[in-house]
Design a protein around this ligand. Sequence first.
Ligand SMILES: [Ca+2]
Ligand SMILES: [Ca+2]
Length: 421
Amino acid sequence: MKIMNLLMGCSILLFSCSKAIQSNPELAANKTTAKLEVVQTAATSATLTSSWDLIFSDEFNTTGGFDTAKWTYCPRWSPAWAKYLTASTDYVAQNGTDLVLKMDNAVIPGDPVPYHSGGIQTSTKFNFLYGKVEVRAKFKQGQGSWPAIWMMPEVPVAYGDWPNSGEIDIMEQVNYENSVHQTIHNGTVTNASGGSSATKATAYNTADYNIYGIIWNPEAIKFYVNNVLQYTYTRATNATSSQWPFDKPFYLILNQSGGAGWPGAINNADLPFNMNVDYIRVYKEIPVLGNPDFEAAALAPWAAWNPAGNTAIVTTNVRSGTKAIRQQGGETSLEQVVTGLSPNTTYVFGGYGKVSAAGQTAMFGVKNYGGPAVNAAVDDTNYKNSAVTFTTGPNNSSVTVYMYKPISGTAYGDDFYLNKL
Ligand SMILES: [Ca+2]
Ligand SMILES: [Ca+2]
C-alpha cells in the first residue's frame, strides 16, 4: 500500500508493489496462558525452541463493529490503497466468527467517490517492536481487488518519509493472481515508482483461509504462509536506517482496497470484494534456558563455578530423561546467563531439586537482573519444585540464574525453567 501508488502503478513484472506479505508460524493459541510453545512444520524450522507470549490478539468472534479499544478506521486519504476507505460498519464489521472487510460501488448520499472499502489499524492503540504475527484470512479474487495485511511505523517519519521509515507487508494480493506477495519497503529496496526488490510471491489456497505471518527480531524479518517460511529479509552488517529501519515499533493494518494503483481498475461485475479475517495474534518471544534438563551432549550453556568434580552431569537420580546435574564435595555453583529479557518485566525462574540426606540445603536463585539476588531453598530428599520471581530493572535485559550448594552435602537438579509472569 504504499504511498507512491497514487502516482503510478508498480512495475509488476520486476517488483511487487508496496505492501505484500505474508507469513507466519502457527501457534497453539492458549490465550489464557502466558507461555506458548511454537509449533511449526518440520519443513520450516524444527530447531525453533522459543516460547511465545501472546501480547495482542483479536479473534473477531462477536457481531457488529470492531473493538474500538484495539482498532480505529483507516482514514481515507490520497494513496491508492486509501482513496476509497469508508468509516462505516457497512464496510468493516464482525459476523460472529470473522472480521469482514468489504468493498463495493454502492451509492452513499453525500459521498461522491465511486467505490467504498473497509480498513482498520491499531495505530495509537497498539504497536510493538519485534515479535511474531499471525493472521488467518481468506479473500475473494476479482479484477481490481487488493486485500492487504501489513505494518507501518508508529512514528511515520522516524527515519524520514516513506519508504525510509519502513513498511512490512505480511500479505497482499491483487486481481486474479493465485499468489500472495510478501514484501519489505525501505530506503534501500524500494525504487522510484514504489516497487520493491525485497519481495516474494507464494501460491496460496485460493478457496480457503490461509495463515499469513512474520517473525521479526533484531536480525531479520521472516515471512510465512501456512507456517512455511517463504522469505527472509536480513539486517545487513553495520546496517544504516536506510536498510534496517525496523528497530522502531510498528502497528497493524487490515484492509480491503482496490480500484487504484497496483491492481488497476475494478471490473464492477466482480464486486463486492471482501476479506474475512478469522483472527490476528501477536506474540513476543520469551528467552528460554539452554539445556534446561541436561539432556544435551555437554553442560553448555551452563557454566560451573569451582567445578573440580563438584558439579557434574550424572545419569542417576534423574527427574527427566537420562541426565541430571549433581553438586557434591565443596562449595559449588552452576550458572547460566540468559539474555533477551524485557526491562521492567517480572519473570519466574525455577526447577526441581533434591538433597541426598535430610538437613542438607542447596538453593536455586537469580542475580544480575537489576535487583538483589533472590534464592529459594532446596532441602527435600525427593525432587521438589523450587522457584523465585524477579523483576528486571529499567535498563536490564539479562539475568544470571544459578543452582548453589554450600560446603557440605550433595544436591541434584533437573528440569529448570524461566518464564514471564
Ligand atoms: Ca474468529
Ligand atoms: Ca533430565
